[in-house]
Design a protein. Sequence first.
Length: 159
Amino acid sequence: MDELARLADEYGSGDLRLTVEQNIIIPNIENSKIALLNEPLLKNRFSPDPPILMRNLVACTGNQFCGQAIIETKARSMKITEEVQRLVSVTQPEGKPVEGADVFLGGRIGSDSHLGDVYKKSVPCEDLVPIIVDLLVKNFGAVPREREMKQKSNLEISE
């Protein structure tokens, strides 16, 4: 953290921001300083542009810092992610990362709150629209627009 603070002072405005994914952002870096910052970052094993799996990796503190944990998780998750990256590519044919989502159905907020049930896992974002439309029609009484338009025009004629 001391080294990150030093880099933020030297190359940015001295600020550091933390993300919910446990990443650190050094904001307000002038474009002319970005290339200069990459060298000390990489030397200290920080990556300004990590692979997608590493970028989205989140692990609990594990037994090194948590009395509830049974195993060490941080180093293990890093090692597993590095090995997975070596074995598979998480990209489309054009080389872009594939964004995806898990689809949950149900759930509730309030006094009787609970999580929804997994409906489908690892759905590419480009495939989400037809899945969600199908769920709404089959489970929640949604009416497809083309059928809705036919019903409206029929009603208008019959009046």
